[in-house]
Write a protein that binds this ligand. Structure first.
Ligand SMILES: NC(=O)c1ccc[n+]([C@@H]2O[C@H](COP(=O)([O-])OP(=O)(O)OC[C@H]3O[C@@H](n4cnc5c(N)ncnc54)[C@H](OP(=O)(O)O)[C@@H]3O)[C@@H](O)[C@H]2O)c1
Length: 244
């Protein structure tokens, strides 16, 4: 039986875990790429965990080579890569950031998604199935925020990266669908950590506390269901950046 195959980075918790469970629930095969693993997904027969630290590009590249040794297009209806993993830290003014923190953030949130996209498009280039690449972005791509320069700039990078790769795919005889999705605010470790920060150098913390009190933060499962619907929909003049 043929199946949709979805590779999700950061499927061990938060939005990525909820998305993996939603897609498994509708019959897809899911490969989760992260350092940890969710007990809920690992128990599923159609879930495969790939242990990888995306702050190491060498490790990320090796993981993709090994993974694609196990995948062939014969039993696949369509294949999707969702670059969901991201770092929030360091949440601090840039002059207080250590070089290792800057490097790690940029590797996980920009370089690894770019590398995985490159390898995914290379390895599936001859596959006669629809291919989709998704970047999980954020409204902060367009909102400058103190103590979040790396996070905001990384999301702006992803949005422009998507727009450029879409231009490349337009020139291809078998173009892949390439989009960014903004999941909105969802109740995850990342959201809870940002909300817990009360220091003056991070005014976004107060805004997130207000949003939480106003009930504007989605349960991860609700965000995941909205993302899954966006994956299924495809308008004729689809935008590069979609919001749930
Ligand atoms: N939550 C929100 O309100 C919100 C709003 C807008 C956009 N987003 C975006 O949505 C995505 C998911 O966010 P979330 O809130 O679910 O985040 P989260 O709860 O912090 O989860 C992050 C995921 O990324 C993985 N990850 C982090 N560093 C990694 C590394 N070095 N190597 C491999 N995997 C790594 C984690 O897995 P391991 O730790 O197991 O490796 C985890 O599964 C992110 O791109 C985020 O920017 C979230």
């Amino acid at each position: 039986m043929k199946q949709s195959v979805v590779l999700i980075t950061g499927a061990s918790r938060g939005i990525g875990e909820a998305l993996a469970l939603t897609l498994l629930g509708r019959g897809d095969r899911v490969v989760g790429l992260s350092r940890g693993v969710s007990e809920q997904t690992i128990a599923h027969e159609r879930f495969m965990a790939v242990n990888v630290d995306l702050s190491s590009l060498a490790e990320a590249e090796m993981a993709m080579h090994r993974l694609f040794e196990t995948l062939t297009p014969d039993a696949i209806d369509d294949i999707t890569l969702i670059n969901n993993a991201a770092a929030l830290a360091p949440v601090t003014p840039i002059e207080a950031c250590a070089s290792s923190d800057i490097a790690s953030h940029l590797h996980v949130s920009t370089a690894a998604p770019a590398l995985l996209t490159s390898l995914f498009l290379q390895k599936t280039a001859e596959w006669p199935v629809p291919r989709t690449v998704v970047m999980m972005t954020s409204g902060f791509a367009g909102i400058p925020a103190a103590s979040m320069s790396l996070y905001c700039a990384s999301k702006a990078f992803l949005n422009m990266f998507v727009r450029c790769v879409r231009e490349e795919q337009r020139l291809s005889s078998r173009p892949a669908r390439v989009i960014a999705i903004d999941p909105g605010m969802a109740e995850t470790d990342m959201q809870a950590y940002a909300r817990s920060r009360e220091d003056e150098s991070f005014p976004v913390g107060a805004l997130l506390r207000q949003a939480h009190e106003a009930g504007q933060v989605l349960a991860p499962r609700d965000a995941a269901e909205r993302i899954a619907r966006l994956l299924d929909e495809r308008g004729a003049d689809e935008q590069a950046v979609l919001r749930v």
